[in-house]
Design a protein around this ligand. Structure first.
Ligand SMILES: [Zn+2]
Length: 468
């Protein structure tokens, strides 16, 4: 049997095993409906870790374990937002993770999209005021700033609070972790944010924006929350390789989510896609040369804590590729895209692989610092994130993600199956292809690349950039 024929036989086993099973859907029902949310450091997240571990054991993965690491978790208390000028009104709003307790009153300054030039334009009026900004900038195809960047710019310019406006209508509050006082944010005292950050619906944001155009808008904000030390877990299982067992292919997505929703699309779907890859590859043990490590990451939403912990404790390993699944398995399937992060030279390789697999998928390169691939990218490891392009069709940014509406009804079994098939087939090629054209980059080259992308300073401040 030729090599190509051998891989095709493996493909048939993978595709068949996935296509005739509703196992991933049952797993999603448990993670989303039964557990509810899986906020990092909460008892629900810990129950999810235990569930995923039991599944990996039942599927026959080897070396199954929970990798524990410290994090600061956060518990939401009451939050009220009251418009006091130009008239009195209660407004719906939620505190965002790591928001401190606070009771403040101040005038609103609307910075619009909240890109850096907007903050510069408003620099004289921001001190002592409450910043109102789009949570996500709506400019398809352009590199946009992240909520965390906007929050940082507000703090640096003396704002006393920051209000983030959801960009999708529907009375849905936007959420997302805030930047803490300390650059690393592992312990509670450094993880808590220096000023409050609240999530508003599109509709509330637009009301404030209209009022701010006409004159002074004053708000009173009261919220009580708690940031405390906790732990989270990466769930790990392997399919040991044969002749090159010390070379690894890593694949997986984060299983934690936000406390206001089920975190179905972000990212129970991706975690379950990874688990499904493990389920169908485990019986192929003895046929793959390199070791495949399935990872379900904890605490991604609060600052990529699981993926940072994993790479910092496995930096000496020979990791050939890291395939992140944050975004895989959403949508209806058949619209997958691989987003390489800092590996433009691999675009043709994966495009050609799509032809070979008779399953063309999108491929592009875009260095991005906001999911679990990034710590691996910082350590020079070739990496990409598999996403479903149709997942937010017609919506801005994350779509339902980071809102109350990120629930299981937004997913479909077929979407999960198609992503799992592609992910599993990619992993097999990454394991078996002797001509894989990329190697781990040295730290000097990574450093230059991160500096060019404007993300090096923050990494150096956090102490996350690896020492040579
Ligand atoms: Zn995510």
């Amino acid at each position: 049997m030729s090599d190509a024929e051998r891989l095709q036989a493996i493909d048939r086993e993978i595709a068949g095993a996935i296509w005739v099973s509703d196992e991933p859907w049952k797993n999603l029902v448990y993670l989303c409906d039964v557990l509810g949310h899986r906020f990092a450091g909460s008892s629900q997240e810990h129950a999810a870790a235990e569930f995923l571990k039991q599944k990996m054991e039942a599927y026959g993965l080897a070396h199954v374990q929970l990798e524990e690491f410290p994090i600061a978790t956060w518990e939401r208390g009451p939050c009220t937002l009251i418009l006091v000028e130009p008239f009195q009104r209660m407004l719906p709003a939620i505190a965002m993770p790591y928001c401190p307790s606070a009771a403040i009153e101040g005038e609103v300054v609307d910075v619009g999209e909240g890109e850096l030039p907007d903050f510069e334009r408003c620099r004289d009026v921001i001190p002592g005021r409450i910043v109102l900004t789009d949570a996500e900038t709506n400019r398809p195809g352009e590199r946009k700033s992240h909520r965390i960047d906007k929050f940082g710019w507000a703090i640096e310019r003396g704002a006393i609070a920051c209000l983030f406006v959801n960009q999708n209508p529907g009375q849905l509050h936007i959420t997302g972790g805030l930047r803490g006082r300390g650059p690393r944010g592992v312990r509670a005292d450094e993880a808590e944010a220096p000023i409050p950050g609240l999530g508003l619906s599109y509709e509330t944001g637009m009301l404030l924006r209209r009022l701010a155009k006409q004159g002074t808008v004053r708000l009173r904000l009261e919220t009580q929350n708690r940031t405390r030390d906790s732990v989270s877990y990466n769930v790990i299982g392997e399919i040991p390789g044969t002749t090159k067992a010390d070379e690894l292919i890593l694949v997986g997505g984060h299983y934690d989510g936000h406390d206001i929703s089920q975190g179905a699309t972000d990212d129970a779907a991706g975690a379950v896609v990874g688990l499904e890859v493990g389920r169908v590859l485990a019986p192929l043990r003895g046929q793959l040369q390199r070791t495949v490590r399935i990872l379900c990451f904890g605490a991604e939403e609060l600052g990529l804590f699981g993926s940072w912990y994993h790479i910092e404790h496995h930096a000496q390993e020979h990791i050939r590729f890291m395939l992140n699944l944050d975004g895989a398995g959403r949508g209806l399937g058949g619209q997958e895209e691989l987003r390489l992060s800092g590996w433009a030279e691999l675009v043709p390789y994966f495009q050609q692989l799509g032809q070979q697999l008779a399953y063309p998928f999108g491929v592009r390169d875009d260095l991005n610092a906001h999911s679990d691939h990034f710590p691996f990218a910082v350590h020079g490891i070739p990496n990409g994130t598999l996403v479903s392009r149709d997942a937010t069709a017609g919506m801005i940014g994350r779509g339902w993600g980071h809102t109350e509406a990120d629930t299981l009804d937004k997913l479909s079994l077929r979407g999960v199956q198609l992503a799992a098939m592609l992910a599993a087939r990619l992993v097999v090629r990454l394991s078996e292809d002797e001509a894989f054209p990329a190697q781990r980059r040295d730290l000097a080259a990574v450093r230059q690349q991160l500096a060019d992308a404007g993300v090096l300073d923050e990494l150096l401040a956090s102490g996350r950039f690896p020492q040579a």
